[in-house]
Design a protein around this ligand. Structure first.
Ligand SMILES: [Zn+2]
Length: 696
């Protein structure tokens, strides 16, 4: 679509069973926000919508676990998620909830229209049923082996390993997630969306129509599903949490969460239109509207196949122009996980790095998993801040603003004749808006941001080469021109950085007393084309313009701050390990006679030293009450010799002697492990227990 009249931009509805983390931000919300901000700055008509996804099985499971109602769960996380988005400047025109009345109504009507026009098939089928819990098992209520890839922990609706979506009855070895029981089959009636009937249309629309403009990772996944053959998908569930199925004979049934969730984009647009006095329909029904879905790769099937089929079946809606799904972001080499707490939570980040939202936005975009899974590391985060934002962007701006204040009391000087270098630099500057725009329009946000940083590099290099701080002593006239040129670059940066670094852009615009700050109020405003101005306008800051005082845009992040984050992750790892430590299964039965063969005594360590050239072994002298004997023990990594002298221990004294590194060991000291994996003594430390006492 060459020049659409308006844009409808959707960002995946976050699921309200937990807060959001950097993976969500990197995968969906920062890229969609860059895109929306960029379009608004060009004066485009944009509806950027999102909302909380509050239905579905995982929420009911979490509520059950915590002994609260599903409503309690969604209220709690909706509030946390919403404020995280506000904190990080994600500039939605509207953020709604699927529990909102407007959504229930919209989703019901959507279903009813498809139902009335015969778009569903109705089937009474055998579904998995947990007799113990007295309920049908769909989606995440059932876990089993994926029929496609063999992954043993696949959910009933989708395999997290290979991404395939399937029906719960397709799983091999299904188990109830509620009781662990093997489900039985029970008859129930459901409505199905016959995806198979749309195969031909999907082939034409996506496989032929979007071969060139859709990302290869998205196109490839869609193609493989279509090639495998599509099957009817149930769009209703036997469940008591969700939107009731609005037809007769459907008591106890709700819409499948993946049927109602994408309709949430439409309801959110309606809610926004109502608030702002607009008409929602053109944003979803006018063919001159460009609809873009920003999602993570786990949602591709729903946004590229199921939702488009729903829209197509309904008949009056437009289809997405593009679905620029991202791959996954990992954290320090491991998959982000809410349940394992392996994440950087946004609300926690802001406690540790207050006011540094843009640093995280920058690092996440620089590392965005646009074409493959990518890794977030704290070291990289620190380097991006210190070596790029501080050393290049911040340094350039600081020099410009400080010198302008120092030499000219903050008033933009009148330039003399431009040198060849000035001309080149200004020409280069004027080319950047188109370069950055071209990357953003192709959803290449890392590339776009790298070009933005090149603008700062251009300015930094210009000042370093021209050295106005030296020239001021010999050629004051020339310095005026240099500072004038540098100020033009600084103001271009204030505009070009806004989609990526909105908080920085706002600060910079205030400092330069230039343009309109990207505050919340501007979201609904019709702006003029500030982007194009950089290329077209003769000058951005005219001579005589008064700028403000210098403020620091970025500050250095110290090693200790990074170490603290790494320590936090190490602690999470240790806690997960402790949690996952399962008791070993019981050994074979031993008879009483077997046990009485073991001669266990209380002993005291009287001497201890390291075994030379062995890093695990200590050579101990132990008073067993019978004698003082040598025991070699593999505990050197848990204890220093001097710390264990005098320690009471449990000794197996009649273990056959054996030589370790040439030292004969006569017995064994009993040990166990604590949750950090450190060895600890089985310690008979009651008062008055003497060496040689038999343990039985
Ligand atoms: Zn699978």
């Amino acid at each position: 679509m060459e020049s659409p009249k308006r844009y409808t931009i959707t960002a995946a509805l976050p699921y309200t069973n937990g807060p959001i983390h950097i993976g969500h931000l990197a995968g969906v919300y920062v890229p969609s926000d860059i895109y929306a901000r960029f379009l608004r700055m060009q004066g485009k008509d944009v509806a950027f919508v999102c909302g909380s996804d509050e239905h579905g099985v995982p929420i009911t499971i979490k509520a059950k676990k915590e002994g609260v109602s599903p409503q309690d769960i969604v209220d709690k996380y909706n509030a946390i998620i919403k404020s995280s988005f506000e904190d990080f400047g994600i500039s939605f025109n509207n953020y709604s909830r699927t529990s909102a009345e407007v959504h229930h109504k919209t989703a019901s009507e959507f279903f009813k229209k498809l139902y009335d026009s015969g778009k569903f098939t109705e089937e009474t089928t055998q579904q998995l049923y947990d007799a113990e819990a007295g309920q049908f098992l769909a989606d995440r209520f059932v876990v089993g082996t994926c029929p496609k890839c063999g992954y043993e922990e696949s959910y009933g609706d989708q395999c997290e390993k290979c991404g395939t979506s399937h029906n719960a009855t397709d799983l091999l070895n299904p188990k109830s997630a509620i009781t662990g029981a093997t489900p039985t089959l029970k008859e129930t009636k459901h409505w199905f969306l016959p995806l198979d009937q749309y195969e031909g249309w999907l082939k034409e629309w996506i496989l032929e129509g979007h071969k060139k403009d859709w990302k290869p990772n998205v196109y490839g996944q869609v193609k493989s599903w279509i090639d495998d053959g599509l099957r009817p998908r149930a769009v209703t569930r036997d469940l008591d949490w969700g939107i009731p199925v609005p037809v007769e004979g459907a008591d106890g049934k709700v819409l499948y969460v993946w049927f109602d969730a994408p309709i949430g984009y439409i309801s959110s647009t309606k809610e926004w239109a109502e608030k702002t006095g607009k008409d929602w329909e053109p944003y979803w029904k006018d063919k001159d509207t460009k609809l873009i879905h920003f999602i993570g790769k786990d949602n591709i099937v729903f946004h590229c196949i199921i939702f488009p089929v729903m829209l197509k079946a309904e008949g009056s809606y437009i289809l997405p122009e593009n679905v620029p799904a991202n791959e996954f972001l990992n954290l320090e080499g491991n998959k982000l996980s809410t349940s394992k707490n392996w994440a950087v939570w946004l609300h926690e980040y802001l406690e540790e790095f207050p006011g540094q939202q843009d640093v995280l936005r920058y690092a996440l975009t620089a590392n965005a998993p646009e074409t493959k899974d990518n890794d977030f590391t704290w070291k990289d985060f620190q380097a991006r801040n210190n070596n790029e934002l501080v050393a290049i962007f911040g340094n350039f701006i600081n020099r410009v603003v400080v010198l302008t204040n120092k030499y000219y009391d903050g008033i933009v000087p009148a330039p003399g004749e431009n040198s060849e270098v000035d001309k080149e630099v200004l020409a280069e500057l004027k080319a950047y808006p188109a370069v950055i725009a071209s990357s953003i329009e192709r959803y290449r946000f890392r590339e776009a941001q790298a070009e933005l940083m090149n603008v700062a590099r251009l300015g930094n290099k210009y000042l370093a080469d021209e050295e106005p701080w030296k020239l001021i002593k010999t050629d004051e006239e020339r310095v005026k021109t240099i500072m004038y040129v540098a100020l033009q670059i600084a103001s271009a940066l204030a505009t070009l950085s806004e989609p990526f670094l909105p908080f920085t852009a706002e600060k910079l615009k205030r400092m330069l007393n230039y343009g309109k700050a990207s505050s919340e109020a501007t979201i609904e405003e019709n702006r003029h084309d500030e982007w194009q101005e950089i290329t077209e306008k003769e000058e951005l800051l005219p001579a005589g313009h008064q700028i403000g005082k210098a403020e620091l845009l970025f500050s250095k992040i110290e090693d200790e701050q990074i170490q603290k984050q790494l320590d936090k992750l190490e602690a999470t790892k240790a806690a997960n390990k402790a949690e996952n430590q399962k008791a070993e299964p019981q050994k074979e039965i031993a008879t009483f006679e077997d046990f009485t063969k073991m001669d266990l005594r209380v002993g005291t360590i009287v001497e201890a030293e390291k075994m030379p050239k062995a890093n695990k072994l200590l050579v101990l002298k132990v008073d067993t009450g019978i004698d003082v004997r040598t025991i070699v023990s593999g505990i050197a990594q848990s204890f220093k010799p001097e710390d264990i002298i005098g320690k009471k221990v449990t000794v197996l004294v009649n273990l056959a002697p054996r030589k370790l590194r040439g030292v004969e060991s006569e017995g064994m000291i009993l040990m166990t492990e604590n949750k950090e994996g450190k060895l600890v003594f089985i310690n008979p430390d009651e008062d008055g227990v003497k060496e040689g006492t038999v343990i039985s």
